[in-house]
Design a binder for this molecule. Sequence first.
Ligand code: PMP
Length: 451
Amino acid sequence: VLGAGRSAWLEKDRRYVWHGMVPYEAAQHPLHVVRGDGPYVFDVDGRKYLDAMSGLWCVNLGYSRRELAEAAYRQLTEMPYYPLTQTHSPAIELAERISTWLGGEYRVFFSNSGSEANEVAFKIARQYHAQRGEPHRWKIVSRYRAYHGNTMGALAASGQFDRKYRYEPLAPGFVHVPPPDCYRCPFGKQPATCALECARHVDDVMRWEVDATIAAVIAEPVITGGGVLVPPDGYLPKLREICDRHGALLIVDEVICGFGRTGAPFGHQRFGVCPDIVTMAKGITSGYLPLAATAVRSEIFDAAFATSEDYAHLRHVNTFGGHPASCAVGLATLDIMERENLVDRARTLGEVLAGELARLEDLPHVGDIRTFGLLAGVEMVEDRATRAPLAPDLVARVVAECKARGVIVGKNGDTTPGGNNVVTLCPPFVVSEGDIQHIVDVLRDAILSLS
Ligand code: PMP
């Protein structure tokens, strides 16, 4: 592969492949990864990078886990495929393990991507209410800035309008509310005295939407792709309480936060809430094979689908969801996480990351630093007093300077023009404390290179 040379590959890439969400300039110079080892990836020219984004918030266990590849191989040679309209052992075992990780009893439906997992959640939430005699409950409340996927429903739920408006009309029935953004509070409040206005506002919206038309609220524990917005401790519990009061379900999107990223098995557990539906993907196989899941609390599931007649109404089906090889890799992923105590490790490393990032607080253009487990966002501003977002080309330069120094970082935000100003970090759980210091040193140099 290396022999083919970068320019020959690039020429073919430009001719035959298109890449979404990448500015034209960046698409002309994509990172062409050919190999990975632990937290490192190597490009087609043999250059080594420390991946501080785990690919795309996925590869939590690092890039060279033979055990995961062997689990897939074993399963593919033994029984490569059978649909889950029937059943197979890897899916049964993994569903049970997910339920254990969630700390309650859940019924799990498998699919292939985070987007699909959320589509399933919306369908099941609507059907739950319809089965219980409330078919008018079909709307979903979600937050501006959140991303929930690329399909017509999941994109409609997303609150990033730059990703949406070119593809409208999307699925109807999604109502957006302002996010918990303590740096730029949409309600003009200060964290110490805000009384969780952003959560309380959902209560108003429920009433304004005639109360009983809302099927569910969907929320990530931390809005990740929208710029790592860490809510105040009471935010998610308050959403739970509001949902209960209005008879709506609470869906938690754990596509990024799930499987240890936040230093807990699932992000919502750090806030002490019990969701009705949990969606997950990415880290479930550490990115080695596609897999996603929608877990419905058994109590909710049984309330709508307990009898054989009710069960017959479940018409949602999927060809590759819960592919045996993906489930086998999912089980091997959880085995490794449990054996190596990686949830605890993510929490400890997260504390190291937060401590190291504090060194950047006084640098020019650093507006806000937000961390939650092994996940961080550094919001870049023109100047700290006005909090005006740093110009997009300068934020892009920070990312490029990190890459030039051998560290891959991400860039996210509210996706409005000029709003993509949060440098994001989401390293694999296998990085060392030294790697974290190095990531922060490189980010520091990259930021200083702007002056
Ligand atoms: N939910 C969240 C929170 C995500 O970050 C993403 C993807 N980044 C999705 C859903 C969609 O997942 P997928 O790309 O696997 O469809």
